[in-house]
Design a protein around this ligand. Structure first.
Ligand code: NAD
Length: 246
């Protein structure tokens, strides 16, 4: 098993990509922390993992809130004595074109997608520094290069890359790897909300001519969380069927 006894916090793991990452990590021996803001989602995922007989804890913490993240990290430390892996996965969209975008739509997306990742890294980093090791994985997006209706989302996902690279440079000396994953079109509720004809057209622009699965992202995340990627840091790895070739 690739993550035996590693303590992994996955934000926004009550459904979708985060859930797939948490379940994959758990099957690889990790002790997983299911963070979300919707209790029913936390309970369902915790229930599934518990049924498999693996250690798991659910925490209802809003990652955009500095104090809530601080107490989540403290609770994890008190319960399991360590924090080895943080996956900054929780993200939201508030899509609207710039001329119609309200301040609140900008603020909410930046608060969760970018400040949320800062909050988690800020509170986990001292523990990783003390342990001289750790893995941070930030979930960015292919649309960080710009997309109509997503000035807020695209900015937040591009900002995550700046955060990834800076923190990789700062924490590298403490044995902490920091990387980002940039998913393209992934089969989730987010993709289901696109009208079928637009979805079909969008997928035509993907060299592999299909959407990815949540497991495609979870597999890459597992690699970045494991010792198999020990000499990789500060990178943005695309998992998008070839959509973006920067
Ligand atoms: P999702 O909406 O299905 O799941 C996100 C989870 O995060 C939800 O359970 C939600 O309750 C939780 N959440 C929201 N705000 C939170 C907060 N403040 N604190 C803690 N939890 C919170 O999303 P998804 O499609 O699984 O996407 C996961 C990540 O991947 C996001 O960062 C998203 O931007 C990114 N991404 C997704 C796609 C895609 O095609 N689905 C593509 C590129 C990037």
């Amino acid at each position: 098993m690739l993550l035996e006894n590693k303590v992994a916090i996955i934000t926004g793991s009550g459904q979708g990509i985060g859930e797939a990452i948490a379940k994959k990590f758990s099957r690889e021996g990790a002790i997983v922390v299911i963070d979300d803001i919707i209790q029913e989602r936390i309970d369902r995922v915790v229930g599934d993992i518990t049924q498999d007989g693996n250690p798991v804890v659910g925490i209802n913490a809003d990652i955009s809130n500095y104090e809530q993240v601080q107490s989540m990290m403290q609770q994890v430390l008190d319960t399991f004595g360590n924090i080895d892996i943080v996956v900054n996965n929780a993200g939201i969209t508030r899509d609207v074109t710039l001329l119609k975008m309200q301040e609140i739509q900008w603020d909410e997306v930046l608060a969760v997608n970018l400040k949320g990742a800062f909050n988690c890294i800020r509170h986990a980093a001292p523990v990783m520094k003390a342990n001289q090791g750790g893995k941070v994985i930030n979930i960015s997006s292919a649309v960080r290069f710009g997309n109509i209706g997503q000035a807020n989302y695209s900015s937040s996902k591009k900002g995550l890359i700046g955060l990834t690279r800076t923190v990789a440079k700062e924490l590298g000396r403490f044995g902490v790897n920091v990387n980002a994953i940039a998913p393209g079109y992934i089969e989730t509720k987010m993709l289901d909300s696109i009208p079928p004809e637009i979805k079909k057209m969008a997928l035509q622009s993907v060299p592999l001519k299909k959407a990815g699965s949540v497991d495609d992202i979870a597999n890459l995340c597992l690699f970045l969380a494991s010792s198999q990627s020990d000499y990789i840091s500060g990178q943005v790895i695309h998992c998008d069927g070839g959509l973006v070739m920067p």
